[in-house]
Design a protein around this ligand. Structure first.
Ligand code: FE2
Length: 293
C-alpha cells in the first residue's frame, strides 16, 4: 500500500477522520507494542516530578517536565495515579497515561515507523509542502483494575489545533492502534464534518514566555456542539488520520483489555508556528522540528 486512495482523501476531506486498516503488518505492530511495554518498564519514579496528564485538563499547566519534553522520552501519569500524599495508587506501569513527546527522535523503533515511506506518501497525498513531525507519543488506556474499578482515562472532546496551533491550521494526527480498539476499551470517536463547522475557539499557550506556565487563550466564543459522535473501532495495526479541527474524544476503558496506541503529529513548515505554542524545540527555542521529507 502506498499513500491514500482518492476515496480515502475525499472521506478525510468531508469527515475529518479516516481509518486505514492494515497500515502496519502484524509483526511491526507487535514489535511496537513490545517496545512500548519496554518503555513502560523503564520508568524511574525516583527523580520524576509525578506529572499527570489529561487533555483539556489544567493539571499539567506550569510543569517544566511537560513543556520541555519535545525531544525526550518523558512519562506522564493518569490523574488518578497518585493519592494525596503522592504515593502510587496502582502499580507503576499501569499508572502511566502517555510517554512523549520525542519518541520519533530518541527511540529507534518509533523513529523508523514515523519516517517510513508509507507515512511520507500520505503526507504527500495530503498536500504537505514541508511536513515536520513536531511530537510523538505512546498512549495508554489501561483496563479496569482487579476490583473492576474504572480508571480515569477518558479523553474529553477537543480538537488538536488547540494544542498544535499553526497559521493557517495544518496539523494532522497519525494515530496507530497497537492493540484492537473497541467501544468497550475506549476507541476514538468523532463528529464527522466538525473540522468545517466548529471553530478552533481556543489555544494552549505559554504565559509570559513560560514564567507563568501555560494557559488556554480564548480566541472566540465556543460554539454549541451539534451532531452525534461516530465510534471508530479498529484492529491493531490500523492508522487513523485526524484533522486538526475535527472534534474527537475517547471514553474510559471499561473492559479488562488495555488499549495501547502510538501517535504523532505532522505540521506544515510553511505555516507559521509561533513562540507562544507550549511545545518548542528546546535546543533552538523555536520551531525547527524534524522534517519528514
Ligand atoms: Fe486529539
Amino acid at each position: 500500500m502506498t499513500g491514500l486512495t482518492q476515496a480515502q482523501l475525499d472521506t478525510f476531506d468531508t469527515e475529518g477522520m479516516i481509518c486505514v486498516e492494515n497500515f502496519l503488518s502484524p509483526q511491526q505492530t507487535e514489535r511496537l507494542l513490545e517496545q512500548s511495554k519496554q518503555l513502560l518498564a523503564q520508568c524511574d519514579l525516583s527523580n520524576h516530578p509525578k506529572t499527570t496528564f489529561k487533555t483539556s485538563d489544567e493539571d499539567h499547566i506550569g510543569d517544566r517536565y511537560f513543556y520541555e519534553s519535545a525531544d525526550k522520552i518523558s512519562y506522564f501519569f493518569d490523574t488518578d495515579a497518585f493519592d494525596k500524599d503522592g504515593n502510587l495508587t496502582i502499580e507503576l506501569p499501569k499508572s502511566i497515561n502517555k510517554i512523549g513527546h520525542g519518541l520519533h527522535i530518541k527511540d529507534p523503533l518509533f523513529k523508523e515507523v514515523t519516517f517510513d515511506n508509507k507515512v511520507k506518501d500520505i503526507a504527500h497525498d495530503l498536500k504537505f509542502t514541508e511536513p515536520q513531525v513536531l511530537q510523538s507519543m505512546c498512549i495508554f488506556k489501561q483496563p479496569v483494575d482487579a476490583k473492576s474499578t474504572e480508571r480515569d482515562n477518558a479523553v474529553p472532546p477537543h480538537n488538536d489545533a488547540t494544542f498544535l496551533y499553526t497559521s493557517p491550521q495544518t496539523a494532522v494526527g497519525f494515530w496507530i492502534a497497537l492493540e484492537d480498539c473497541t467501544e468497550e476499551n475506549g476507541c476514538l470517536s468523532y463528529i464527522p464534518g466538525t473540522h468545517k463547522t466548529y471553530p478552533v475557539s481556543k489555544r494552549f499557550v505559554r504565559k509570559d514566555g513560560l514564567k507563568s506556565g501555560c494557559t488556554f487563550e480564548q480566541l472566540q466564543k465556543d460554539k454549541p456542539v451539534e451532531g452525534e459522535y461516530k465510534m471508530v473501532p479498529c484492529k491493531a495495526g490500523s492508522l487513523i488520520l485526524i484533522h486538526n479541527s475535527v472534534l474527537h474524544k475517547s471514553e474510559k476503558n471499561r473492559s479488562n483489555k488495555s488499549r495501547y496506541a502510538y501517535a504523532f503529529h505532522v505540521i506544515d513548515g510553511v505555516a507559521e508556528y509561533d513562540e507562544r505554542n507550549w511545545l518548542q524545540v528546546p535546543y533552538d527555542g523555536g520551531s525547527n522540528f524534524s522534517r519528514l521529507f
